[in-house]
Design a binder for this molecule. Structure first.
Ligand SMILES: Cc1cc2nc3c(=O)[nH]c(=O)nc-3n(C[C@H](O)[C@H](O)[C@H](O)COP(=O)(O)O)c2cc1C
Length: 348
């Protein structure tokens, strides 16, 4: 993510260390998915052994409606983490994103930390990544996107929106003037699809609509309730501001608000922000997301147990998704998207 030029790699290293070692959760806010329960179907006829969780993403068949979120790159430490995440993505046949490639645009020292993803995930969709500030300031946004895709042989490039995080970085606040227009230019002329995500403060329906009209192919809400990037920056910069530490639209709220746009517009809706269980994934789909994604939980697992640990965790989650589908009578993902969720307070 952006900041002053000379220390991009150092900043990335600190982000990794803080996310791995410190408490960067929201103090009061959850991602909202915990507020729902599934309507139990005592009359289920679903055959749990016949449930097919495969789906399509960027014209590719993937085994689960899930992606490993954009995280790291640009540091020595990120080489092995990205290798482990890439090995896991390849084994699971799911998409994977790289962290912001800004560092690699500045110098080539750690370019391998980005390239390693395609090297070990040769057959799955790979997503490039860049910050909104770099897109807003680019004179040729489509050229920028194409360069990033070419650098790592990516199938699409993700632009991350992170105004809250930027606000609490030490570096001067970037000028976002013209951002939407630049995103539109990128979508119109780049050779690869453009995806837009937040980093943990969520995307509203009105922002999503503008992005879809600009030509964005997928929106990853990256809502509040998971990794808290205001908190990460406050730890880095040794300051504190309680109010903004709880800022952001929860993941469940974003999905509920944006999903109705799918009736009129064609785009992929990705649920992320604190996704850390099969129940979170299944609830996201029942609320209207096409797929889910996770970042920090997988980073921690990759650092602790390598690719095997990441594969084990994601398989565990999807075994739980199958159990939920059995208990709600959903034979497939389309039916899961229609099962009823009950607000917890309505149970009593
Ligand atoms: C160590 C770390 C680095 C990250 N770097 C980026 C990045 O460079 N670009 C980006 O789009 N998101 C980045 N993210 C944000 C995640 O993709 C994700 O949107 C956010 O952490 C919320 O998901 P979570 O609650 O599952 O962690 C990063 C996350 C982590 C944990």
């Amino acid at each position: 993510m952006p900041g002053s030029k000379e220390n991009t790699s150092e900043r990335k290293k600190e982000h990794l260390e803080i996310c791995l070692k410190k408490d960067v959760s929201f103090k009061y806010k959850t991602n909202g998915l915990d507020k729902y329960e599934f309507e139990h179907n005592a009359l289920t006829e679903t055959d749990i052994n016949k449930i097919d969780l495969s789906s399509k993403f960027l014209q590719c068949r993937i085994n689960y409606p899930f992606l490993i979120s954009c995280m790291t790159g640009g540091t020595y430490e990120s080489v092995n983490i990205n290798k482990q995440l890439a090995l896991a993505a390849e084994r699971l046949n799911i998409p994977i994103g790289v962290g912001s490639q800004r560092q690699a645009l500045e110098n080539k020292e750690f370019i391998n930390s980005f390239k390693v993803i395609r090297e070990y995930a040769g057959n799955v969709p790979v997503l490039g990544n860049i910050g909104a500030a770099q897109v807003a300031e680019s004179v040729n946004p489509a050229g920028l996107i194409d360069n990033l895709a070419k650098m790592i042989d990516a199938d699409a490039v993700v632009i991350h929106l992170n105004p809250l995080q930027e606000l609490f970085q030490k570096a001067p606040l970037p000028n976002f003037k013209g951002l939407l227009k630049s995103i539109e230019k990128a979508c119109a002329k780049s050779k690869v699809p453009v995806i837009v995500k937040e980093v943990g403060a969520g995307i509203s329906a009105s922002a999503a609509l503008k992005l879809i009209n600009a030509g964005v192919k997928a929106i990853d809400v990256a809502g509040a309730g998971g990794t808290n990037w205001a908190a990460v920056e406050m730890i880095r910069n040794k300051n504190n501001n309680e109010y903004f530490k709880d800022w952001g639209l929860t993941t469940s709220y974003c999905i509920k608000e944006i999903a109705p746009l799918k009736k009129k517009h064609k785009f992929t809706l990705i649920a992320s922000g604190g996704i850390s269980s099969g129940a979170d994934i299944a609830k996201s789909i029942a609320l209207g997301a096409d797929m889910a994604a996770s970042a920090n939980v997988l980073l921690k697992r990759a650092a602790a147990d390598g690719a095997d640990g990441v594969v084990e965790l994601i398989e565990e989650w999807f075994n739980d998704v199958k159990k939920i589908m059995f208990l709600t009578g959903a034979d497939n993902l389309k039916e899961l998207s229609k099962v009823k969720l009950i607000k917890k307070e309505e149970m009593y």
